[in-house]
Design a protein around this ligand. Structure first.
Ligand code: MTE
Ligand code: MO
Length: 210
């Protein structure tokens, strides 16, 4: 477990220092029950809250040593991270080679310093959407708070100004319009998890519904 974590953080360090171009294996890349698309469909509750950048903030708090509320300027001043990942939606589409740019989750974690009893994350968005994930699943070299896609500011319908990207989990675990990240010592189900979606959400085992 610990060794696996160190390897992930090492991969992130290589990526953020520009030493290694991200590579993805081509074999077995499309999970069972998925088909490939190239048009990045929009999926959400139908509400696209428009948050002017000067009113936007991201609150990161809970079981951490150093809770922060970042305004847009402070968020953008953090080390910038660009990565290429695959996107798997539970409604059976997958899109490969998504180029997202933002702040790596490792950077955020280094900033707020999770306490030893932090085990889960609870995400709340500006449209009041919620979702949850184990902290360990987010301490990975491909997890980020993204503000750009394909070198352009993230479109409102895709969750701009900023959204969470957790490539190894189904896309509903990535909150668009992110407003708040709460580090917790217990798990709490989010919007879809309360409505029958899997809490673990692993695309590669077709872990769709609970
Ligand atoms: N805030 C918010 N985030 C959300 C959702 C939502 O309704 N509101 N929908 C989730 C679901 S179910 C999916 S599949 C992805 C879709 O992201 P996309 O619209 O950019 O493709 O966003 C996830 N994040
Ligand atoms: Mo979804």
């Amino acid at each position: 477990m610990k060794e696996d974590y160190i390897r992930r953080k090492e991969r992130w360090a290589q990526k953020i220092s520009g030493k290694e171009l991200p590579t993805r294996p081509n074999v077995g890349r499309l999970p069972a029950g998925q088909h490939e698309v190239n048009n990045f469909p929009v999926l959400d509750l139908g509400e696209h809250p428009e948050i002017p950048l000067n009113e936007w903030s991201l609150k990161v708090h809970g079981k951490v040593e150093n809770p922060v509320t970042l305004n847009w300027e402070q968020f953008m001043a953090l080390p910038q991270f660009r990565d290429v990942s695959d996107f798997h939606c539970v409604t059976t589409w997958s899109q490969f080679n998504m180029v997202f740019e933002g702040v790596a989750f490792f950077t955020l974690a280094d900033l707020v310093k999770p306490k030893p009893d932090a085990t889960h994350l609870f995400f709340t968005a500006y449209d009041d959407y919620t979702t949850n994930a184990p902290l360990d699943a987010c301490m990975d070299d491909d997890v980020m708070i993204a503000h750009s896609w394909n070198a352009k500011p993230l479109a409102l319908e895709h969750g701009g100004p900023a959204r969470v990207i957790i490539p190894k989990l189904y896309a509903w675990k990535g909150a668009k319009f992110i407003r708040e990240i709460d580090f917790r010592s217990h798990d709490e189900l989010g919007f879809w998890e309360q409505r029958g979606y899997s809490n673990t959400a692993d695309p590669f085992t077709e872990d769709r519904f609970s």
